[in-house]
Design a protein around this ligand. Sequence first.
Ligand code: G3H
Ligand code: ZN
Length: 275
Amino acid sequence: MPLVSAGEFVVAGAGVGAFNVIQLEHAEALIAGAEAAGRPVILQISENAVRYHAALEPIAVACLAAARAAKVPVAVHLDHATSPELVREAVGLGLGSVMYDASALDYDANVAATAEITAYCHEHGVWVEAELGEVGGKDGVHAPGARTDPEEAARFVAATGVDALAVAVGTSHAMTDRTAAVDLGLIARLRDAVPVPLVLHGSSGVPDEDLTRAVEAGIVKVNIATHLNKVFTAAVRAYLADHPTVVDTRKYLAPGRDAVAREVTRLIGTVLTRG
Ligand code: G3H
Ligand code: ZN
């Protein structure tokens, strides 16, 4: 199954898992997990991950190659880009979708910046996600209590032409426990008001049953990063504790990769579905 754009499977009516890639092992695990579930998956590379690698191209090219070899549809997506130059680089490298995050700006500035990037991406056949309402917890920019207003969201989508909208409905980025209270009623109101798929960010903090309820209420793309890093790191820690003299990195990264693959299969196979 070839590399596809997220726009081909992020459509109302189904939950799609979108998971972040930092190391190559993440990409391998996400694809293995999706293949075992027989479902599509989105690999996301965030601007923070690009900063970590000091470049987009090496990790993006690796993800694109892994996606092309996958047995299920796989999209490669640029996540939380605040830099228009980075968006243009991603488009040039062949990523099929981007999230342009101008949510730290005020409403009018967010609309202007997002509309310009969206026009550029659409000229190049690239699908665009934007954010309105400042999902909590990222780099101290966002307030955890923020909420997206449905009427403003509808105006924002009409004014910018974006293909999907990240909304603030009670989640907060980078939570290491799963105690977030998602506002399911607000998701339903947003779904009724907004004509494009809704995206849930900061989903690591949401318990399984509420992830399922959020998808049932109208969330389509579910972004999870921290939770899978916890799973990866716990497996690596356990291996290293049992093998204190190991030095071959493959020996301890493989259990982390396998654990993430199993958790991805569970999430997209049984949690991110409609009941
Ligand atoms: O854009 C990526 C996500 O929103 C991931 O957030 O690390 O809290 O799951 P998380
Ligand atoms: Zn996010």
